[in-house]
Write a protein that binds this ligand. Structure first.
Ligand code: DOR
Length: 433
């Protein structure tokens, strides 16, 4: 079937100029056929009212929890959350149970997500067997099974020699290594940033735990030529290290989360695990350094680190609860409201950091609206203000620190491979042509 979207506002990315155009696509091939005005007839027409029509958003860092932690999230609920958040492609972390350390497990995730069909799920495979930090996985076999990167996310690989070998092998197969930078000999069993930990009488994850490991891995990446991707940067020293590595020509990229751009440890005024995340919320100086790094391109991409947990787990208090916040369904509106609407960032730049740049970093397909590209599209309503309402999330996780925030720039329609995978009524209408 040929589907046409009329009445959308597209963005010319370089000039940040808006223009009206239609997009014609084929839901069988899943590809865009043409973009422009006066397009050919279609079997079905979706009529927009001037809403923004963007390339589908891409998130390089989510936790879909399946297999093993289905009470927190499943591939189906995580994919529905992605679609509701405007994400047509997500890279999922391997800290499942069992962890994604074998080609069979990766193939299972790929198949299960294709059966769900709401978003494209790209698995990230473990660096070490069982994420135990000891025996390296078979990178080439994992790549053949669909791995787009390697990571032991949730944990840093503590042994430098083993990591050196991992970088050598990753360079040979051409896969990025995405690091959860945490030197556990420094962080131990810490749960919060140092000042917040002191306030609540808990143990800390100091900034050095993050930046020491980033420094080590920058040097290893430089020596081996592998692509180092630094997950969820949270501290000033880490931003400076990434900037320094880029100035030396190291093959490095980095991500930042909405929560590290918008919140600090100062919000933690009570024993509430909704604020517990790893890396932790840091100081205002760290937040400002992350913003500066994001705006100047040191931190290449926005990533949510969508980490759903059950209400029971999160109600245990900061010391005992698991780390993590959900993020897929709030990321774009948070960034639109606080960065684009406030004039800190152009819309084109946000779209680049949340779609085009992540697509190219992990060598995925998408991130552009041109004939022949995947028909992955996100429609954004720039006008309607809504509150963040966790009870309405498609995700099983309700653990967001942004509940009750008033935001604009919400996704209202998501198209993946030419099919409507999310639609919020009554903003947009559809009819048969
Ligand atoms: O807050 C976090 N949650 N950070 C991580 O690194 C892991 C994640 C999870 O899996 O829940």
């Amino acid at each position: 079937m040929r589907v046409r979207i009329d009445g959308g506002t597209l963005l010319e990315p370089i000039l940040n100029k808006r223009y009206q155009a239609s997009v014609l696509m084929d839901d069988q091939t899943g590809l865009i056929l043409s973009v422009g005005t006066d397009l050919p007839e279609a079997d079905y027409v979706i009529a927009l009212n001037g809403e923004l029509l963007l390339p589908g958003l891409v998130d390089l860092h989510v936790h879909l929890r399946e297999p093993g932690f289905e009470a927190k999230e499943t591939i189906a609920t995580g994919a529905a959350a992605a679609a509701a958040g405007g994400f047509t492609q997500v890279a999922c972390m391997p800290n499942t149970n069992p962890p994604l350390d074998s080609p069979q497990l990766l193939e299972w995730v790929v198949k299960a997500s294709e059966d769900v069909g709401l978003t494209r799920v790209r698995p990230i495979a473990c660096i070490t067997m069982g994420q135990a930090g000891e025996v390296l996985t078979d990178f080439a076999a994992l790549q053949a099974a669909g791995a787009v990167a390697l990571s032991d996310d949730g944990k840093g690989v503590q042994h430098g020699g083993r990591m050196r070998e991992a970088f050598e092998r990753a360079a040979a197969v051409g896969l990025p290594i995405a690091i959860h930078a945490e030197d556990e000999t420094i962080s131990g069993a810490g749960v919060l940033h140092s000042s917040a930990a002191r306030r609540l009488g808990l143990t800390d994850i100091p900034p050095e735990a993050e930046s020491a490991m980033i420094a080590r891995d920058i040097l290893l990446a430089e020596q081996t030529g592998a692509h180092l991707h630094v997950c969820h940067v949270s501290v000033e020293s880490a931003v400076s290290l990434v900037r320094w590595a880029k100035s030396r020509g190291v093959r490095i990229s980095a991500e930042v989360t909405p929560h590290h751009l918008l919140l600090t440890e100062a919000v933690i005024d009570r024993d509430d695990a909704v604020f517990k995340v790893n890396p932790p919320l840091r100081t205002e100086a760290d937040r400002l350094a992350c913003i500066e790094g994001f705006l100047d391109g040191t931190l290449d991409v926005l990533a949510t680190d969508h980490a759903p947990h059950t209400a029971a787990e999160k109600s245990q208090g900061v010391a005992a609860a698991p780390f993590g916040m959900v993020g897929l369904e709030t990321a774009f509106a948070l960034m639109y409201t606080h960065f684009v609407a406030t004039g800190r960032m152009t819309l084109s730049d946000l779209v680049h950091r949340a779609s085009t740049a992540p697509t190219s970093l992990f060598q995925l397909n998408g991130g552009v609206i041109v004939p022949g590209a995947p028909a992955d599209l996100t429609v954004i309503d720039e006008k309607t203000e809504r509150l963040v309402t966790p009870d309405e999330f498609a995700s099983k996780g309700r653990n967001t620190p942004f509940a009750g925030w008033r935001l604009v720039g919400w996704p209202v329609l998501t198209v993946c491979a030419g099919k409507v995978v999310y639609q919020r009524q009554p903003t947009v209408g559809g009819n048969n042509a």
